[in-house]
Design a protein around this ligand. Structure first.
Ligand SMILES: [Cu+2]
Length: 268
């Protein structure tokens, strides 16, 4: 009996302490989420979680599926540095030449600049937008699980202050279903070429998925019209592009040399 009582007392104290701890260490961390929707009929889906810690780090977690197996997928956070504008995931309405494929250039109007390149290591600025050798690789089933904590010095203030008006985009599709990015499908990526990387298949840079940020602090309809997720493929949510040529500029260091990665590595 005594033993039971003392155990109860201990449990009560532990519960009280943990509640106090929770109250006491509550941080200013902000977490927002996005649901990835397919673009270009990719069938890609997934979830994104962005956590801005109170000490300025950014933790990015992505779980996605339906990507091209064994291929690297460039992925970025897009949005507006100014917080204004009209940014949303593009749709086939943006397919100006009507060929059924949404290229980066066509989708540019719906997009802000690239805030951030979701690389697996090293630089994460817009300069690494096409650094495919540091982009995550989908596994043999087309799944991609990515997690990286970016140190405060890598995270621009503007990204944190606009966390609620961003979107996440993954690139890389396989329209001729031959298991890789190749010129035979859609030709050369003029987008990459204009950034100083000739010889990159358009399949590698066309958008595969896009997700709009929602969650803590995220307005339901920022800038008067951003979709808030929910719709499956085919809606206005679907579509994306690398943010325009302006984003990287002539000084871009484009490393798009290894379209065949050594391993199915991802994350970190
Ligand atoms: Cu992008």
């Amino acid at each position: 009996m005594l033993r039971a009582l003392s155990r109860l007392a201990v449990l009560t104290i532990l519960a009280a302490v943990s509640m106090l701890t929770l109250a006491g260490v509550a941080t200013a961390d902000t977490t927002v989420t996005a649901r990835l929707h397919p673009l270009n009929g990719s069938g890609v889906g997934g979830t994104v979680r962005l956590t801005a810690t109170d000490d300025g780090r950014l933790i990015v977690v992505i779980h996605s599926h339906g990507l091209v197996p064994g291929q690297p997928h460039a992925q970025h956070i897009h949005g507006s540095l100014e917080g204004g504008g009209h940014f949303m995931c593009p749709s086939l309405e943006d397919d100006k030449n009507g060929d059924g494929i949404l290229t980066n250039e066509e989708a540019m109007g719906e997009y802000g600049t690239i805030f951030f390149s979701l690389t697996t290591r090293g630089d994460s600025s817009a300069k690494s937008a096409l650094a495919v050798d540091r982009m995550p690789v989908a596994d043999s089933k087309g799944r991609l699980d990515y997690r990286r904590t970016f140190s405060a010095k890598r995270v621009p203030d503007a990204l944190l202050t606009h966390l609620s008006s961003l979107h996440v985009v993954q690139h890389g599709i396989d329209v001729n279903h031959n298991g890789r990015y190749d010129m035979a499908a859609l030709g050369e990526s003029t987008f990459a070429k204009n950034l100083g990387a000739p010889g990159v298949p358009e399949e590698a840079t066309d958008p595969a998925s896009c997700g709009l940020v929602t969650g803590a602090g995220a307005p339901m309809a920022p800038h008067g019209g951003v979709e808030t997720g929910g719709g499956p493929a085919g809606g206005r949510n679907l579509g994306l592009a690398l943010a325009g040529g302006a984003m990287v500029g002539a000084s871009a260091i484009v490393v798009f040399v290894r379209l065949r990665p050594r391993g199915a590595r991802s994350g970190q």
